[in-house]
Design a protein. Sequence first.
Length: 242
Amino acid sequence: MKQNRWIPGFALFLLLAMLACTIPGVGPGDGPAATPTPLGDTLSFAIPAYTYSLEQGETIPGTQLRYVERSGDTYKVTIDGLEAIKRTGDSFLWDGLVAPGVYANYNLRLTTAVFGSLPVAGSVEITVFYPQPVALDELPNLDTALDYRNTVVNYLIPAGRQIPGTSLVYSGLSDQQEGDKTIRLAQLTGLTGYPYLAVGDSLHWQGSLLNNVVIENNMRVISINEDGLRLAGTANLWILQP
């Protein structure tokens, strides 16, 4: 299956900008007190710079966004089966279920066509309903899955809470004495072996959120304090279609 193409520098810039707005002590002023990431019946993932190149007659996988044909400087497309005439820069919007238990919102625009294809770019938000994370030692075959790479994740987890998108629990902070220095650590339940993380440490977790949703989290510890454990980074998401 054709993968959506990323613009790495642009995506990294957006990720850093988003984290600067949400992490206390980063950017202009500390701002208001951090708000814990709520636990609920849904889990959302943001893709700030999604791109896809449509060939004539092709539909963006999982959606009802289809490129029909080009005529001069206009493009005939269909959205939910309804015909529309678009030009470069026009919106290409769709939201709906991409798989059982998974809702997507595509906020795209047409960009300049190249060699007969029609590139589109914008943001996508994926929402998983009633996630039930289960760790996996190995990922299943994902060759035909819908592929959403480098979705932005940014969590503040109070002590005793589960880390969203994982089966891990943040048990609480622990101070460890190293000579004349005190190092603050986060203790996690569910890790194999050493259960502590320090600020700057990486956290990798892979598993399933539903029987048709696979996730690979790649996060780092941003801060550990009385408010909770702050984790930020990216997650790769795969949606298995029926």
